[in-house]
Write a protein that binds this ligand. Structure first.
Ligand SMILES: CC(C)(COP(=O)(O)OP(=O)(O)OC[C@H]1O[C@@H](n2cnc3c(N)ncnc32)[C@H](O)[C@@H]1OP(=O)(O)O)[C@@H](O)C(=O)NCCC(=O)NCCS
Length: 210
């Protein structure tokens, strides 16, 4: 009997339906989180798929969390094809993609820590991943009772702090108002909106721009 042909390739929009079927059937068994159609379609460029003889048998996504961090998401292999190396092939390809992008660290939230350990990940604390906690976890129904295990893998131990692009709350420099855009006191007074109460008292200038 000939060996099945296994191909790992970037997902296409036509893969949306089989990805959703695979992920959400496994999610029904409470072993991974479900995905909505929109979240797969909008993020289809994050996904890789594994095909066995032309049929989609596995998928996984690399979501960029920050300049120094990426997440392995929605990793799933159809039960008929598990333990045949597809999961490893998908993780290897996602890692290669992360390295191409220059991401020095990956993480995953998972119920299968032993598998991820074999993929070079080690258990970490949710608190070690503040971007994830602030972006996604806060909106998750399981936020106060999360039973997923956080795991991370360093891809480039030499990456320095310059790669982190600031801490989350200081990520984007706030625009500084230049003199040309700071309204003069006169125009600030004339621009003061009319108060709906009908108060016709003396106008006060707007507070100075900080
Ligand atoms: C976890 C999953 C992706 C693994 O895929 P897979 O194709 O079966 O994995 P592979 O065959 O590539 O296995 C690679 C190695 O991990 C081991 N492994 C696979 N599944 C494992 C598990 N559940 N627990 C412990 N080890 C596991 C394999 O034995 C193999 O070890 P080896 O290299 O020493 O021989 C797959 O079982 C799956 O889709 N599970 C349901 C969904 C899920 O839990 N996804 C993870 C969401 S974060």
């Amino acid at each position: 009997m000939s060996q099945p042909e296994v191909v790992v390739r970037p997902a296409r929009v036509a893969d949306t339906k089989p990805i959703l079927t695979l992920v959400n059937e496994l999610a029904l068994r409470q072993i991974m989180l479900p995905r909505s159609p929109a979240s797969v379609i909008e993020n289809i460029r994050d996904f890789l798929v594994a095909e066995v003889d032309g049929q989609l048998a596995g998928c996984g996504a690399l979501a960029i969390t920050w300049t120094d961090l990426g997440e392995v998401r929605s990793l799933a292999v159809h039960p008929d094809h598990q333990k045949l190396g597809l999961g490893r092939a998908l993780v290897d390809a996602l890692v290669a993609d992360a390295e191409r992008l220059g991401l020095p660290q990956l993480f995953a939230f998972t119920y299968v820590p032993d598998f991820f350990q074999k993929m070079g990940f080690a258990i970490c604390q949710h608190e070690d991943l503040p971007h994830k906690v602030f972006n996604d976890c806060m909106h998750c129904p399981k936020f106060l009772a999360c039973d997923e295990i956080a795991m991370s893998r360093v891809l480039d131990a030499s990456a320095g702090p310059e790669q982190t692009f600031g801490k989350p709350q200081r990520a984007i420099p706030l625009p500084q108002r230049t003199a040309a855009f700071v309204p003069s006191q006169e125009s600030a007074v004339s621009a003061r909106p009319v108060q709906a109460t009908g108060d016709s008292g003396p106008s006060r200038p707007n507070p100075p721009a900080s």
